[in-house]
Design a protein around this ligand. Structure first.
Ligand code: ARG
Length: 593
């Protein structure tokens, strides 16, 4: 009995309740019940309990019985198992079941949660995942679109790594298409010194080449010669790549994303595989010749996918077919995730369908890999059109980042000048690094916290505000929790389990505890749904729950040692969840602000 009791009170309450209610559904309705999802949700209103089981109504409909009556029978069947962790459950409304945890059970769950993994067990599935991100085009500045792909892709990778997965970050650099051929041609015409090239020179050359439209044919010729392996062209091509990538790596560094040369799988990586792609589609009878080009047709749409042009050249899509094959069959990825601009929706639909036709999504274990496009919207300027500089060009990434850092650093210095502020005694260098963390954090958080497919307006004032659902607000909440430990004479990362059990009595303590316990579920949910904004919303809610707790429940001046220790331990997990959550978003968590 004792061990049963212990295992029944440990772990994630939602998972626990799911098990209990699945069993109860089964007891009442047999297999049909056991297979149904009990739909356990965190209660929105504490008045109605901590959790709600919403799965009864659907089940009653299927079984053609009265939902309230069915809910009553299920509550009865669950009562025994539920007793260890909850007060007697109640049926409400049309057939909801409300569950309120016992406070000792809540304390035990928090105790379990208080480990370095913060309650998040590694996935049972250990197969790798591939994420296509960044995808900068060589010979052009990295702009805000690539910023989004990089930030979102890096976050998804971190979340999956946190779930114990191996993630292959694939930077599909555009280095093998017409753009780079145009620039190459233009620079050769100018007899430019390629060893003394800057990114601005490349940009200028690209614009000049674009303006001289009549040169398109020559650029195409250059591209074909490059793709055929012309030595001299290849040498110049490498120089252009070097210049571009140096700036790209600087941006990665500034952004704090986990990406480097080891993640590069540029278009040219697949160049020797393109012939075979076309051959295999032809051999399988899935491609046909159409006015000299080779195309794949789909049963359900007019638009075919061109995989070889009539001049013999390969396309963006041919490369992507080769890339999916590589990722599934060589890397063994069971999910291949593309974080790419929403405007490429049709492209990925066609590529994925072509892959399914030929069966290259088949894994060695016989399973089918999941191919997903995670589309994202555009970043708009104040005039609600895609962000451009005054002269009408794409805004280079570094300009945005540097402006955010400047603004944040100014604010940090201003605050530090106030005599009793927590940052007053910090060196200028430290203040600058805090400003950098806030500036970058503000941009990243703003990007990740809205629905990905929606366009959003780039508004630095709003992003950098210390109030509202912003990066700085979450960072600030974290810094505030940190300050308590200094005052209590404790180290930030000290193991506080020795302070004794959690004692959860006040409503604000309970709300905070329930919010903390949601964390592992939220992380898994982001890994599944590929929607980072859910993590942002969660962190915002947690920071708010912490504020309410802080206002209502004195920590250092709590009445009695047991209560004081319990509250310190609560602060301790709040701090770690905020820091861990920010880290998943790729955002630093300064300990003072
Ligand atoms: N270079 C492309 C662009 O800027 C993005 C690459 C996306 N990845 C891919 N596998 N197609 O539009």
């Amino acid at each position: 009995m004792a061990t049963d009791q212990a295992s029944r009170t440990s772990g994630d309450p939602v998972a626990l309740l799911e098990t209990i209610f699945r069993d109860a559904f089964g007891t009442v309705l047999g297999d049909a019940g056991r297979d149904a999802d009990p739909l356990v949700r965190t209660g929105r209103n504490p008045q109605f309990g901590d959790y709600q089981v919403n799965g009864v109504m659907g089940l009653a409909k299927q079984a053609r019985t009265n939902p309230r009556e069915l809910a009553g029978r299920i509550v009865e069947a669950a009562a025994g198992a539920l007793d260890a962790i909850a007060e007697p459950a109640e049926v409400a409304g049309p057939g909801f079941i409300n569950v309120r945890l016992k406070s000792e059970a809540l304390a035990a769950m928090l105790d379990d949660f208080d480990t370095p993994r913060l309650g998040l067990a590694p996935d049972a599935d250990t197969r790798p995942i591939a994420i296509d991100l960044c995808g900068v085009n060589i010979a052009k500045q990295m702009h805000v679109g690539h910023l989004r792909s990089t930030i979102i892709g890096d976050t998804l990778a971190r979340v999956m790594e946190r779930c114990g997965r191996t993630v292959h970050r694939q930077n599909h650099l555009g280095d093998w298409g017409l753009t780079i051929a145009m620039v190459l041609q233009e620079l050769r015409d100018r007899k430019a010194d390629l060893d003394a090239l800057s990114l601005d020179d490349l940009d200028a050359a690209y614009r000049a080449a674009q303006a001289a439209n009549d040169d398109a044919d020559r650029a195409k010729q250059t591209l074909i010669r490059l793709q055929q392996g012309d030595d001299e062209l290849l040498r110049d091509w490498r120089k252009i790549i070097d210049v571009t990538m140096r700036a790209v790596y600087e941006s990665f560094d500034l952004l704090g994303v986990r990406l480097g040369p080891e993640n590069n799988r540029p278009e040219s990586f697949y160049r020797d595989r393109l012939d075979a792609v076309v051959e295999e589609f032809l051999a399988a009878g899935l491609a046909e010749t159409d006015q000299g080009a080779i195309i794949v047709r789909f049963p359900d749409r007019k638009r075919p996918l061109i995989i070889r042009k009539s001049d013999g050249g390969f396309l963006y899509s041919t490369t992507d077919l080769a890339a999916v094959k590589y990722r599934v069959q060589e890397l063994g990825a069971c999910r291949v995730i593309y974080v790419v601009d929403a405007r490429q929706r049709d492209h990925f639909r066609d590529v994925f369908d072509a892959i399914r036709l030929i069966g290259w999504d088949r894994l060695a274990d016989g399973d089918t890999a999941q191919l997903v496009h995670v589309p994202f919207g555009s970043v708009l300027g104040a005039d609600r059109t895609p962000l451009k500089t005054r002269s009408g060009e794409n805004v280079p990434l570094s300009a945005l980042l540097n402006e955010a850092i400047d603004r944040a650093t100014t604010e940090v210095r201003k605050r530090a000048a106030v005599p009793d502020s927590p940052t007053h005694d910090l060196s200028d260098e430290t203040l600058a690094s805090i400003g950098r963390a806030i500036g970058i954090g503000a941009i990243k958080y703003a990007d990740l916290s809205s629905d990905l497919v929606r366009d959003y307006v780039f508004n630095l004032d709003r992003m950098i505000a210390f109030e509202g659902n912003t990066g700085p607000y979450i960072q600030y909440a974290h810094a505030r929790v940190c300050s308590i430990f200094g005052k209590a004479g404790l180290e930030l990362d000290e193991d506080l389990r020795r302070l004794g059990p959690y004692v959860i009595r006040e409503p604000a303590e309970k709300t905070l505890a329930l919010a903390l316990l949601r964390y592992p579920g939220v992380v898994r949910d982001v890994a599944e749904s590929l929607e980072p904004h859910r993590l942002c919303t969660y962190l915002f809610e947690l920071a708010n729950a912490y504020s309410a707790f802080y206002e209502n429940c004195p920590v250092l001046k709590a009445e009695g040692e047991a209560r004081r220790h319990s509250r310190l331990r609560l602060c301790h997990i709040v701090r770690r969840v905020l820091a861990d959550g920010l880290d998943l978003l790729g955002i630093d968590a300064p300990t003072r602000m």
